[in-house]
Design a protein around this ligand. Structure first.
Ligand code: GLN
Length: 308
């Protein structure tokens, strides 16, 4: 049965109050200095239902760095442009390794395990740069996000991109390694620069939940993606969206989700809702700690787990 919006709103308010009693908010990411300055004890949740009802609680209008949540939307852009060709360059299997791991890349001869670990996302971004300059690729990407969210007020924070460009040594290593296998078609610094900027997009949970409508296949979503593609994106989010914590997230929450090291999580309950959560403190997998706990409580309350 569909959830009662009034009851759901009361639940979200309660959730937002209760999480503030947490004594452990997790650790904010420190390897990107700009993110290290964010206070961990913040929380927001936004839900868009199939009938278009929008509900939120907490810091719903505070923009945060979407980081790896951007990987879903960049992949959607690339799939729209070149279709299944991208799968020649990147696989679709969970990696069981950390998001920035280089381990499997040697074993698998430069073909990353999936598009949601950093190595795979660099390949996706590189594909977006086919026949276009970074500026153009990024403005197309932003245009896609704005259309998906129905909101023009979505921007890149250049200081976050610069901070990551300065300290993102592992990404530099991954890009060079991919290049050595001919799986980057642009100069590594071009692909990296584009990737750092896409990760530095700032959004609120309200905006992110709106942008997720097309992946959740909600009736009111802008027609930016074929349903078959949305289903496949959901499958990738379920199996790979939380890196080596993907199994744990599926076990606890039971929804396709994509996390970012800024503490954002986008989740979809196919046909029912698009959900965005933000809390910047991270667990040991680099996924939002309190955000994951809140996601678990939400699916307990709503019965939205795809396994229910
Ligand atoms: N921009 C970050 C990085 O490349 C994204 C990682 C993440 O959100 N897990 O390291």
């Amino acid at each position: 049965p569909p959830v009662d919006p009034g009851k759901l709103k009361a639940f979200l308010d309660r959730l937002s109050t209760e999480v503030h009693a947490a004594d452990d908010w997790g650790q904010v990411a420190t390897y990107i200095p700009e993110l290290a300055d964010v206070a961990p004890n913040q929380f927001a949740i936004s839900v868009v239902l199939a009938d278009g009802t929008r509900l939120s609680a907490g810091a719903r209008s505070v923009p945060f760095s979407i980081q790896s949540v951007s990987k879903v939307f960049m992949l959607a852009c690339v799939l729209g442009r070149e279709g299944d060709n991208i799968w020649r360059r990147v696989d679709r299997e969970p990696s069981g390794d950390r998001f920035d791991s280089i381990l499997l890349l040697e074993q698998e001869k430069g073909r990353p395990r999936n598009p949601f670990i950093n190595a795979g996302a660099l390949v996706t971004t590189d594909a977006m740069l086919a026949n276009r300059a970074p500026k153009q690729a990024l403005s197309e990407f932003l245009g896609f996000l704005r259309a998906a969210a129905g909101d023009e007020d979505i921007h890149i924070d250049p200081s976050v991109a610069a901070s990551e460009a300065r300290y993102g040594f592992r990404n530099v290593a991954l890009a060079n390694y991919l290049k050595s296998y001919d799986n980057l078609h642009n100069a590594p610094e071009l692909t990296l620069g584009t990737y750092f900027h896409q990760c530095a997009v700032e959004m609120t949970t309200d905006q992110l939940a709106m942008a997720g409508r097309m992946i959740a296949q909600l009736p009111g979503a802008p027609p930016l993606m074929a349903p078959a593609r949305a289903r496949r994106l959901g499958a990738l989010m379920m199996t790979c969206g939380h890196y080596d914590g993907s199994g744990d997230f599926a076990f606890r929450v039971g929804l396709p989700g994509k996390s970012g090291v800024g503490g954002g999580i986008l989740m979809v309950a196919p046909g029912r809702a698009s959900i965005a959560i933000w809390s910047p403190g991270l667990n040991s997998y680099g996924n939002s700690k309190v955000g994951t706990e809140a996601a678990e409580l939400l699916t307990d309350f709503t019965g939205w787990s795809v396994f229910s």
